[in-house]
Design a protein around this ligand. Sequence first.
Ligand code: URA
Length: 181
Amino acid sequence: MHRTRNKAVPGEGPHDAAIFFIGEAPGRAEDLEGRPFVGRAGGVLDELLSGIGLERDRVFIGNVVKCRPTDSRGRDRRPTEGEIRACSPYLDRQLELIRPKVICPLGNTATRYALGKHGLTASRISELHGRIIRAGGVLLLPMYHPSAALYRARLRATMREDFERLRGIISGLGMAGGGRA
Ligand code: URA
């Protein structure tokens, strides 16, 4: 994917962020800017974050793969298992260095990665979203991918509820505003 990308999208946020969001892969807007979630799905994510009073620059936002996967016509596609295997060591290392307290995988690809890392098998995001899973000293809170709200408007309310769970975790950990406790 590095051959067809414009910019790699390593992710962004404080090195000591308590909350780490994991998306799937950069899309067109992200590939042009080199930053995660700056396109339409990013608009949904920004709205959900501000809905619970969490500033974007207080959380880390990354992706399972760091370059935009495209098909032969230059359209977005899902990363393959091989691409995920090749690229996810970068995310592994980011998680090791940042040591967040809460990981929110967004969508099926990121949820499979995050649960798989802890030896857990992920069912579909439609079953797992909004559930708090304790694994190896960290809380996992899978959520729908923000882009899902772009084609299924009714999911937005469900996503707001899941973000309210995150708000609850944040206040339970005494992390007003999402900073390090
Ligand atoms: N979708 C993702 O999964 N990640 C991004 O950075 C943008 C859109």
